[in-house]
Design a protein around this ligand. Structure first.
Ligand code: FAD
Length: 640
């Protein structure tokens, strides 16, 4: 059955939509807020900001995360910065420009209304974080400093050295801890959500496993918020924290939440190249480095084995500066990644296996001095040196693209509500604002916009507009969902096969990287669609999950996540196969211009693909939300 996708974008001029909507939405009387209970799954930037803010407003909140502290959410890894249209540099920035850059950066596959709101509230985020004491870098005169990120010609990225995510998360975490201490938020660390519970078609609770005792618990509420992050780890190797997964989102999908644009994944151009088969994690070198670092490869393949210093200036190809003179080294991620792949495919890659390009700071050090570079990027340089044992002050960094972020996610309307009433989705877990390619420093902006400034209004509107009967965890829907979780856990433990969970994950990741990675074509995607079900069948027959269900069992936790990846990977390939165009990070080799750039097909594909789960063994149903561009001209994206 086709879903009714109502994005609920308010009418009226773009700049007035959010204000008008805030006025039109229903409010919950302050004295009534304490009668409502909201579950927030996730305590990264999106979840922590939402949980703290809702509790401040007076709602009862239960917050869940699988780490041992909310402070360890993956958001802490974010390095480079957070965008906001403050125009402190007086260099031509505005809400309109941030809106336009984001729509264009996403290759015209995001909603105008959502993106404009994001640009509007970006300025409030900075004020909020400064008030919390987030130590953003400052100029000599005391004003907050800015740097540039890809896809923008203004400096609008606020940063705290190379630790912006950590500092922002500490701000949100303090706000959350204050509410925990006050009793407004009950925090459940080391609890993993394994099922969503629907009562009368509405999201009314979750089933979690206490990862320390192994106990399966039920939690009921009036609304459920998922802020569970992205699914980049489906590729096995990515820059994400090892625990990042798709489980919460995928279980919600199986209960009726549409999954939007699952094939839109971001491959980041500046990561430390893969070093060998043993690796289980990749490391990002922040995009901020491209403010001062110059990307190049040797012009001639025979120079690739030489020491970089021995290669004369005239024999170097600064290919981003050559191909995209306007944006140069700050070209957007999808474009910079493909250009690196092209250079390496051309036999001009450097380092082991020829899968690397140089990111060179020699000019910047000469111009600004070593101490200026150290001040801006010191911790990143140290990290690079520790991992590679090479000194980036003396020798250019070697970098290569790696999986980094997922633009796809659960479909949400303007109120961040999924296709399941009461289930709201925030941060990287939703699909909302980045289209087919996210601009650097915009994920932190979106996560905090969702948590601090959007959901506090929209969840109130949901609660005030719906009659919600009291539900307890002995309701048959809770009992059934609990039973499903227990049976699944038992099933993993009983297989007792011969292969580790990781070996399946690694194999799935390789299929996806090869066939649904930086470049995709119909032939490869069909091969992946044939291979994944076979791998899944083998997993359920031959996986070995060690230990028991009682107590800490990482093998069991991983098995649950990999089982979901094995289904979700197929959905990604199906989505990539159906989208017969190239846009942003989705590059179908059959659809490219003569000079190798992405070729969109606006006539047929200017829509959000929202996939609906149709049941075990049945193909998912494709629903389309047409995208209307009334304020920007649908142009061919150019950074030349
Ligand atoms: C190395 C790196 C650097 C980055 N740098 C930047 C940057 O400079 N600027 C920028 O804008 N973006 C950056 N990003 C992207 C950005 O960090 C993320 O998109 C963002 O932090 C995601 O926040 P989130 O709150 O949505 O999810 P997360 O921070 O991933 O939090 C997810 C939360 O959900 C919980 N969770 C997940 N599943 C379950 C479950 N089943 N049960 C219970 N809890 C669950 C986790 O415990 C966690 O608390 C970077 C990403 C990486 C990988």
């Amino acid at each position: 059955m086709a879903l009714k996708l109502d994005a609920r974008i308010p009418s009226g001029p773009l700049a007035e939509k959010w204000d008008k909507h805030r006025f039109e939405m229903k409010l919950v009387n302050p004295a009534n807020k304490r009668k409502y209970h909201v579950i927030v799954v996730g305590s990264g930037l999106a979840g922590a900001s939402a949980a703290a803010t809702l509790s401040e407003l007076g709602y009862n909140v239960s917050c869940f995360c699988y780490q041992d502290s909310p402070r360890r959410a993956h958001s802490i890894a974010a390095q480079g910065g957070i965008n906001a249209a403050k125009n402190y540099r007086n260099d031509g920035d505005s809400v309109q420009r941030l809106f336009y850059d984001t729509i264009k950066g996403g290759d015209f596959r995001a909603r105008e209304g959502n993106v404009y709101r994001l640009a509007q509230v970006s300025v409030d985020i900075i004020d909020q974080c400064v008030a919390q004491g987030v130590p953003f870098a400052r100029e000599y005169g005391g004003l907050l400093a800015n740097r540039s990120f890809g896809g923008a010609q203004v400096s609008r990225t606020f940063y705290a050295r190379g630790q912006t995510g950590q500092q922002l998360l500490l701000g949100a975490y303090q706000a959350l801890e204050k509410e925990i201490a006050r009793g407004g938020v009950t925090m459940y660390e080391r609890h993993e959500m394994l099922e969503l519970v629907l009562v009368d078609g509405k999201a009314r609770g979750i089933i979690v496993r206490d990862m320390v005792t192994g106990e399966i618990e039920s939690h009921a509420a009036d609304a459920v918020l998922l802020a569970t992050g992205g699914y980049g780890n489906v590729f096995y190797l990515s820059t994400n924290a090892k625990g990042c997964n798709v489980t919460a989102a995928y279980r919600a999908h199986k209960k009726g939440a549409a999954f939007a644009n699952p094939c839109f994944t971001q491959i980041h151009p500046t990561c430390i190249p893969v070093a060998g088969e043993h690796q289980s994690k990749l490391t990002l070198m922040s995009e901020s480095l491209r403010n001062d670092g110059r990307v190049w490869v040797p012009k001639k393949a025979e120079d690739c084995g030489k020491e970089p210093k021995e290669i004369a200036e005239a024999d170097r190809d600064y290919y981003l500066e050559r191909k995209y003179p306007s944006f140069g080294n700050l070209s957007p991620r999808d474009i910079a990644s493909r250009a690196a792949k092209e250079a390496c495919d051309d036999g001009r890659g450097v380092g082991p296996g020829g899968r690397g390009v140089y990111l060179d700071f020699a000019d910047a050090i000469k111009r600004l001095g070593r101490s200026a570079i150290e001040e801006r990027y010191g911790n990143l340089f140290e990290m690079y040196q520790r991992i590679t044992d090479e000194d980036p002050y003396e020798r250019p960094m070697r970098i290569y693209p790696a999986v980094h972020y997922t633009m796809g996610g659960l479909w949400v309307d303007y109120n961040l509500m999924s296709t399941i009433p009461g289930l709201h989705v925030l941060g990287e877990a939703n699909f909302s604002d980045h289209g087919a390619n996210r601009l650097g420093a915009s994920a932190l902006m979106q996560g905090l916009a969702d948590g601090y400034f959007v959901i506090p209004y929209t969840v109130g509107d949901y609660l005030a507009s719906n009659k919600l009967e009291r539900v307890t965890t002995d309701h048959p829907e809770f009992v059934a969902a609990r039973e499903t979780v227990s049976k699944r856990t038992q099933r993993f433990l009983e297989i007792n096969g011969t292969r580790t969970v990781d070996s399946f994950h690694r194999e799935l990741g390789k299929i996806l990287w090869d066939k649904c990675g930086m470049a995709r074509d119909a032939k490869g995607l069909k091969e992946a669609l044939a291979a994944i079900p076979k791998l899944r069948e083998e997993f359920w027959r031959d996986v070995k999950v060690l230990g028991t269900g009682e107590g800490i069992n990482q093998s069991l936790e991983k098995a649950g996540r990999v089982a979901d990846f094995l289904e979700f990977g197929e959905l990604m390939c199906l989505d990539a196969l159906h989208r017969e165009e190239s846009c942003g990070g989705h590059f179908r080799t059959e659809h490219q211009t003569e000079d190798g750039e992405a070729k969109r097909n606006d006539e047929l594909f200017a829509y959000v693909a929202a996939w609906e789960y149709a049941g075990e063994g049945k193909p998912p149903v494709l629903n389309k939300e047409p995208l209307a561009f009334e304020n920007v001209h649908l142009s061919t994206r150019s950074y030349k």
